[in-house]
Design a protein around this ligand. Structure first.
Ligand code: GUN
Length: 301
């Protein structure tokens, strides 16, 4: 059997088209557009490329977008002052501080200073609590887990009563996606197990999974024989395992490998996300959706 591919590159385009349509309607009816500010401290190349992509995507959707780049030696107090400014700016509905921050700045303090109603990353403790309660309390599900749930739903995988096994317990992926999949409601209502570095018999748990979500950051951790035939496999791992020369551009590019042995797993799974082109493109997509929703909450629509 060869699994159906769940492509983030395709699902992204569907969702972005829906967001762009809503932006047009809201602009016509209410005279406002979603506003997103990305705050970048320093010149970390990976952060620059992420932020550039976020801003380009926001621009393409008709958002107001602000790229606020700060020198690496900005003080914590100055950064907190900047956040306060955007918290009070009525034209800004989403504030994103690109991580990681330089060592002299307390990341927690900065994230906690963002108005929870503009926290489109969903990292503020208030939004973590809202997610835990579930239902209508939820405002901003964190972007990668939200993208994973969209991929599962849009590829027609049944989640109600499904055995979901999540490999990894990070605050950004493992814990929130586990929490989201166990809530009552569409695209969830599953029986959830979280496994992690101290779990005995990882393979035993993975073999039970109707939906296996792997966010461990260990290339090739999940072996094909750990996959239940027909299961939906979501691979969140993006591991750089080397470099190669791109056939298209002639430039050196990273060789990326997921946490799942893809070539063998696709012969057993019912559906599977590739790396790259799977979960990766969904994170920025859901950031756009969260920013749109922030404006909708404000307008009460
Ligand atoms: N750095 C890497 N990924 C992310 C993300 O999703 N949000 C923020 N704020 N920083 C990041």
């Amino acid at each position: 059997m060869t699994a159906k591919l769940i492509l983030g590159t395709e699902i992204r385009e569907q969702i972005l088209a829906e967001v762009a349509d809503e932006v047009k309607q809201i602009k016509a009816n209410h005279g406002v557009v979603p506003g997103l500010v990305t705050i970048l401290v320093g010149e970390n190349p990976a952060s620059i490329s992420y932020v550039t992509l976020k801003i380009e995507t926001a621009h393409r959707l008709g958002f107001k977008e602000v790229q606020d780049s700060q020198k690496v030696d900005i003080t914590e107090a100055q950064l907190l002052g900047l956040i306060d400014k955007y918290n009070k700016d009525d034209s800004i509905h989403g504030i994103l501080v690109q991580l990681p921050l330089p060592k002299h700045i307390d990341e927690k303090k900065v994230l906690n200073a963002i108005d929870p109603d503009k926290d489109v990353d969903g990292f503020h403790p208030v939004n973590v609590g809202r997610l835990m309660i579930g239902g209508s309390e939820v405002k901003f599900p964190p972007c990668t887990p939200a993208g994973i749930q969209e991929m599962i739903v849009r590829s027609g995988v049944e989640t109600k009563g499904a055995e979901v096994v999540v490999v990894g317990r990070s605050n950004i992926v493992g814990k929130p996606i586990a929490n989201m999949m166990l809530q009552k409601g569409k695209g969830a209502n599953s029986t959830v197990t979280i496994v992690h570095t101290a779990t005995k018999n990882l393979d035993f748990h993975c073999k039970r999974a109707d939906i296996l979500i792997v966010a461990a950051g260990v290339p090739g951790l999940v072996k094909p024989e750990w996959i239940k035939p027909g299961a939906c496999v979501i691979d969140v791992g993006v591991n750089r395992v080397g470099e190669k020369v791109s056939e298209k551009t002639g430039k050196k590019i990273a060789i990326l490998r997921g946490d799942v042995d893809f070539d063998a797993a696709k012969e057993i799974a019912g559906s599977i996300t590739p790396v790259p082109g799977g979960v990766g493109p969904m994170t920025i997509t859901m950031l756009m959706k969260n920013t749109l929703n922030s404006l909708k909450f404000k307008l009460g629509i």
